[in-house]
Design a protein around this ligand. Structure first.
Ligand SMILES: *Cc1c(COP(=O)(O)O)cnc(C)c1O
Length: 446
């Protein structure tokens, strides 16, 4: 590996003939409920490039949705996974435990915000970890209600669908959903600011609005936990106004409510800090991680205060594969890579490059309503010329044209009008800028 040339190259139309053939097999064999962003089949990936089965090389601005943060098939991960597969692939940690699981827990306890005693538990997916965080919070508080926020995304299992805000495509037709889940208004500076400037900048005001809903409609006496993404992912890379998260955090402390940060998308160096909470100066009681934790191997975790994490009875938590040894080996190699290769600084550098370029595009184009995000988690919100009205049509067209020119970008947002960028931190500046230049060129044409 690592010989994958770091340049964009199109040798066929996108998708090419080999991808079209595979797409036919996909349609015949795979549930149509599983959608794809780009009907191009991957053959190899690394650095900032995905090479498809036709030999096209695409610029990767998505990292498999914030998963391959340290780059696909990262060298230390390859070595660690190979060695672990050769030793053993599974024993089940609940049957005969192994050191790798404990070592991942130790790292998580060390790396997450807060210097108090912590514990971790490992799972397979972000949704499974979110579910377990809720179980733990309920066991600890002996209360049942949970608050999630507008635009939230927490997964696709039954409990996490209930927590997720958006109906299509995540929830529609899949109910009934888990009870005792409530929704509070989020701080959304760009959209709040279209109504009233103060809302855009005063996070405490936005927190007051949310806490009034929580207090009047649920009541702290019934509330086990508040769960929130410090920077929302699928909802549109919404960065709440300064002061919003600290105010919620403080209210939870005063009211025996567990504050859960869902850092599944924003965690593991993505935002230029190990966790996005750090930039807000908050210490969550529980923090949920997944995606970037193991360079693509399925692993997730809940980490938090020892007294909360130890509240469930013995054997109340677990799962057959949770903390699989191969995934743990990949996580240890991922953490080592972030720390030894200075990837936090790399994420900050990517922010500078992207915001500079996108900011200049915004100055010339009143369809770019907002440029926001932190580190290598950056988005543009597209609107109808000179208004705040969401422009999902433009977003869709722009993404499709970028794909056909060999640039993989993702969209998101409640209104489907956000172009989001999650490049691997190993992408070169040249590829990153080339990708953005392609987008600027397309935007100028339409
Ligand atoms: C992706 C995501 C999840 C769900 O993770 P899965 O591994 O897909 O189950 C939960 N929360 C956030 C913030 C996410 O981005």
């Amino acid at each position: 590996m690592t010989t994958l040339e770091q340049s964009r190259k199109l040798v066929t139309e996108i998708p090419g003939p080999a991808s079209i053939e595979l797409s036919k097999r996909r349609v015949a064999a795979v549930s149509h409920g599983v959608g794809v962003t780009m009907p191009v089949f991957a053959a190899r990936a690394g650095g900032g490039i995905i090479e498809d089965v036709d030999g096209n090389r695409l610029i990767d601005l998505g990292s498999g949705i914030a998963v391959t943060t340290i780059g696909n098939s990262s060298p230390r991960v390859i070595d660690a996974v190979r060695a672990q597969v050769a030793d053993f692939t599974h024993t089940c940690f609940m049957v005969t435990p192994y050191e790798e699981y404990v070592a991942v827990a130790e790292h998580l306890n060390r790396l997450t915000p807060g210097s108090y005693e912590k514990r971790s538990a490992l799972f397979n997916s972000g949704a499974e970890a979110v579910e377990n965080a809720i179980k733990i919070a309920r066991a600890y508080t002996r209360k049942t209600a949970v608050v999630a926020f507008d635009h939230a995304y927490h997964g696709r299992t039954n409990l996490t669908m209930a927590l997720t805000a958006k109906s299509m495509p995540y929830k529609s037709g899949f109910g009934p959903f888990a009870p005792e889940i409530y929704r509070a208004p989020m701080s959304y500076p760009y959209r709040d600011g279209l109504i009233d400037k103060e809302w855009a900048t005063d996070g405490e005001l936005a927190a007051e609005r949310a806490l009034t809903v929580i207090d009047k409609q649920i009541g702290a006496a019934n509330l086990a936990a508040i769960i929130i993404e410090p920077i929302q992912g699928e909802g549109g890379f919404i960065v709440p106004a300064p002061g919003f998260l600290p105010a919620l955090r403080a209210w939870c402390s005063d009211n025996d409510v567990v504050f859960i940060a869902d850092e599944v998308q924003s965690g593991f160096a993505r935002t230029g800090a190990m966790f996005a909470c750090e930039d807000e100066g908050i210490e969550p009681d529980l923090i949920v991680t997944a995606k970037g934790i193991a360079d693509g191997l399925p692993l997730a975790a809940v980490t938090g205060r020892a007294e909360i994490m130890d509240a469930p009875h013995v054997s109340g938590l677990g799962g057959t594969y949770g903390g699989n040894p191969v995934a743990c080996a990949a996580a240890l190699a991922t953490i080592e890579t972030i720390e030894l290769d200075g990837l936090l600084d790399r994420a900050k550098h990517i922010e500078t490059v992207m915001k500079d370029k996108l900011g200049r595009m915004q100055a010339d184009d009143d369809r770019i309503g907002d440029v926001r995000g932190r580190g290598a988690m950056i988005a543009v919100e597209l609107v109808k010329s000179g208004t705040g009205d969401p422009n999902p049509e433009l977003t869709k067209t722009l993404a499709a044209k970028a794909h056909s020119q060999g640039v993989l970008v993702l969209t998101c947002g409640t209104f489907g009008n956000i172009l989001r960028f999650l490049p691997p931190l190993t992408i070169s500046d040249e590829l990153l800028i080339e990708g953005l230049d392609v987008l600027a060129g397309i935007l100028a044409e339409i």
